[in-house]
Design a protein around this ligand. Structure first.
Ligand code: ATP
Ligand code: MG
Length: 419
């Protein structure tokens, strides 16, 4: 009787050793860059109360249809985290980080869960790195956050990026703009999709997010949110732009880059890659000066971004750097040699030398083939003959040269070689 094989869930991926090297390289770049910019890592639980996500994302796609939620045995409504901002803000408030320091700069690298339609660049479990900086409302903070995102992408070697920048102003600006936008859309209301008609009432800004070509056409003549900026909003945005110019960072202004939720304020940005197809957004971010208060904390300005790691790796394309190869391969001949092989492997590994041997007890020919395939610089050959003479053979796998070395002196000898 054959057992039916249980496959993984659609939209999830196994990351195997030949790919995990690329993940590790990306993670190392992220951690080094975060360290340089003065950000400390925060790790939050994999699941939270459903309410936490619902209260900050009401009406968004994530909350309305993408969350993995369930009721546990104790009757609590829980959700696997679909985004990190709400958990980080929750933790910021709960641990009174704002009370301990006026400025808190946090970063994360984490797995997220969203029940979306799986496709290239869109998965149901995926990974993001991101930051949340709490405490400053000033433009130099905005410029730092954008520079930091780009620094990670540059260090990892991503090219062909576009930074899109906008300001959605203060809440005063947005309530004026909502009315302006409604006035503009009113004559077109019957041409709008049902979704957009609903948004017209609740949240007209979100209509600007539409992907429908005929709506995009209508919106071409829509008034710009910048027309509704207050004098302070304008000054803030101009200073962000001036600072980015000063840092030598290029951007394009994107007046349709808006966010529909009330706690978002002023700067919004997105970074896209020309190396990707339809799912070309690598990073989204912006200011949310009203969010900490929305979640029950003291009013605290904040800004952050989140970047999709699968998409970054997709945009980087395949390279065949397969990490650090084995340095020493031990070839064992016969039953008597086995303990010596195991002991030598352990001793070399204790000396941080990447060492391997054949646990399949194959022929010498097969072991030598494995030694060459492993990328090792040298093979050490230990057999009955070698045990008797107290000497092993060291073979240089590039030149084929072979020399005898006392078994007792092997570790010191190999340590002295450049492998
Ligand atoms: P999109 O418009 O592509 O759906 P989003 O607005 O849902 O993106 P955010 O919630 O801002 O994206 O997440 C930030 C980044 O995370 C995105 O720019 C993208 O790189 C990545 N991302 C979002 N959803 C997924 C997913 N399902 N699979 C892989 N990466 C994702
Ligand atoms: Mg999405």
């Amino acid at each position: 009787m054959t057992k039916e094989f249980i496959r993984s869930i659609k939209g999830t991926q196994d990351i195997l050793p030949d790919q995990s090297q690329r993940w590790q390289a990306l993670e190392t770049t992220i951690r080094n860059t975060m360290d340089t910019y003065g950000y400390g890592e925060i790790r939050t639980p994999a699941f939270e109360r459903t309410e936490l996500f619902a209260s900050v994302g009401e009406g968004t796609d994530i909350v309305s249809k993408e969350m993995y939620s369930w009721t546990d045995q104790g009757g609590e409504n829980l959700t696997l985290k679909p985004e990190l901002t709400a958990p980080v803000v929750r933790s910021f408030i709960q641990n009174n980080l704002g009370g301990q320091s006026p400025m808190n700069k946090l970063y994360y690298i984490d797995a997220l869960f969203r029940r979306e339609r799986p496709q290239k660049g869109r998965y149901r479990q995926f990974h993001q790195f991101g930051i949340e900086a709490f405490g400053s409302e000033h433009p130099e903070m905005d410029a730092e956050v954008i520079a930091l995102a780009l620094a990670v992408f540059n260090d990892i070697g991503l090219e062909g990026l576009t930074l899109k920048l906008n300001s959605i102003g203060s809440s005063e600006c947005r309530s004026n703009y909502r009315n302006t936008l409604r006035d503009f859309l009113k004559p077109h209301i019957n041409d709008l999709s049902e979704t957009s008609q609903n948004r017209f009432e609740n949240n007209p800004l979100r209509i600007l997010d539409t992907k429908a070509p005929h709506e995009i056409e209508i919106l071409k003549n829509a008034p710009n949110i910048s027309d509704s900026w207050t004098a302070e909003d304008k000054a803030h945005f101009e200073e962000v732009c001036f600072l980015l110019d000063t840092l030598g960072i290029q951007y394009s202004l994107a007046s349709n880059l808006v966010r529909g939720l009330d706690y978002y304020t002023r700067t919004t940005f997105e970074i896209t890659s020309t190396a990707l197809g339809a799912q070309d957004a690598i990073c989204g971010g912006g200011r949310y000066d009203g969010l900490v208060e929305t979640l029950g904390g003291k009013p605290t300005p904040g800004i952050g971004f989140a970047a999709g790691m699968e998409r970054i790796l997709l945009a980087l394309g395949d390279d065949d750097s397969s990490g650090n190869p084995t340095q020493v391969y031990i070839v064992g001949l016969g039953d008597g040699a086995r303990p010596s092989v195991a002991k030598l492997a352990e001793d070399l590994r204790q000396n941080n030398i990447r060492t391997d041997f054949d646990p399949l007890r194959r022929s010498i020919k097969a072991q030598m083939r494995e030694a060459n395939k492993s990328g090792a610089t040298i093979a050490v050959i230990i057999g009955d003959k070698e045990l008797e003479s107290g000497q092993a053979e060291i073979k240089d796998l590039k030149t084929g040269d072979q020399e005898p070395v006392k078994i007792k002196a092997l570790v010191d000898h190999i340590n002295s070689l450049t492998l």
